[in-house]
Design a protein around this ligand. Structure first.
Ligand SMILES: [Zn+2]
Length: 372
């Protein structure tokens, strides 16, 4: 998320807050202290404000606890939690990867709402079993209610909500296909998104009422995220089972280390590539040569100079194994901001070059592998 501020670690997980969160903190503090002061007029204004702030912070702590619920279950499955972020619509635990089985995905998804339900139970129990009264009892009631609402809202069965992830796991379990699960659950999420938008827009248009404007915002948020999830699933479905070797460019720019610069210059003109991968007699990748480097050698010496004399080393980070899954290759291209990678077999023999554009073409042209 853009513009988030890192505020430290929670159990080793980087913890971020989006600036929009402070706006919500202010609004929640203001509305709860206002509510408390109206309910308990004898309360000094400063104390009311302080209690309002404390309530708001406890509400956000509840949201964090919910996200930690997801995170701990994910960590137990060997999944890294990249971050927990608080933002205008609540919290978000960003997981490094998906669970391996539908059952595991189910447990990650349900863990958050379970934590919220448990917190609701704890706040209710404290309110009922201890002799608290007045503002503290009211705050406990609010905390219990909000945690219950947090659990129930998140259980709405559409992506990106937890209920959507539970639905995804169920469809995955039934069909044996994780992408069908995402596709179905994100479609349901889009329906809920439209319902939320309609519930915000209808009062606005017909009665000029802003009462449900929040629904409108939530609706757009759901719609956008459900759409992203569906698109990501389509990409994954299409690339599933493919490896780096499947998108290697035919007639890749490969040149033997022993050829002369004269031959290289001719080859370069015929093929039109700017950069060639250089192989030894066994076909192993040993470097790369760029057409511009020809200029460093006088033309008169091109016949007796070999490519290996002007070649540059190739960083291991710009090569991939031919059997590497294409999804991992895309991540690598994104992380390293590369447009091409050299593909090599297990034994070090060069297969060819893999270009980012080839993957983009594949995604645009090929029919869906798993139409859902
Ligand atoms: Zn959740």
């Amino acid at each position: 998320m853009n513009g988030t501020i890192r505020v430290g670690n929670l159990f080793g997980i980087p913890f971020y807050i989006h600036p929009s969160w402070f706006l919500v903190l202010g609004l929640v503090t203001w509305s709860y202290s206002g509510g408390l002061l109206a309910q308990f007029p004898q309360l000094p204004g400063g104390l009311g404000l302080l209690l309002g702030l404390m309530t708001a912070l406890l509400l956000f702590a509840s949201v964090v606890a919910h996200e930690l619920g997801h995170s701990f279950v994910a960590i137990r499955q060997g999944i890294d939690v990249k971050s927990i972020t608080l933002f205008i619509f609540g919290g978000l635990a960003s997981l490094e990867k998906e669970s391996k089985t539908p059952a595991e995905a189910f447990w990650v998804a349900i863990a958050g709402p379970l934590v919220s339900l448990i917190l609701c139970g704890i706040f209710t129990a404290i309110g009922v079993t201890t002799p608290v009264s007045g503002p503290i009892a009211a705050i406990l009631g609010v905390l219990a209610t909000v945690n219950l609402a947090l659990a129930l809202f998140n259980l709405i069965p559409g992506l990106p909500l937890d209920g959507g992830n539970i639905l995804k796991a169920l469809v995955w379990k039934i069909t044996g296909n994780p992408y069908k699960g995402v596709s179905f659950a994100s479609r349901v999420g889009q329906i809920f998104g439209w319902v939320a938008i309609a519930s915000g827009i209808i009062p606005l248009i017909f009665f000029g009422s802003l009462a449900n404007v929040w629904n409108l915002l939530i609706g757009f948020f759901l719609l956008q995220n459900a759409g992203n999830a569906a698109q990501f699933a389509r990409v994954q479905a299409k690339l599933d089972g493919l490896t780096a070797a499947d998108v290697v460019t035919t007639n890749s720019p490969i040149i033997s280390a022993n050829v002369s610069l004269r031959e290289f210059a001719d080859e370069q003109i015929i093929q039109g590539w700017r950069r060639f991968l250089v192989t030894d007699d066994d076909g192993q990748l040993i470097g790369a040569v760029v057409a511009d480097d020809l200029r460093t050698i006088p033309t008169t010496q091109w016949s007796e100079t070999e490519v290996k004399q002007i070649m540059r080393p190739v960083a291991a980070s710009t090569t991939v194994k031919s059997d590497q899954p294409l999804l991992e290759v895309i991540q690598l291209l994104e992380q390293q901001k590369l447009s091409a990678l050299a593909v090599i077999r297990e034994n070090g023999v060069l297969v060819g070059i893999l270009e980012k554009t080839a993957i983009i073409q594949l995604l645009q042209n090929e029919p869906l592998a798993n139409p859902a």
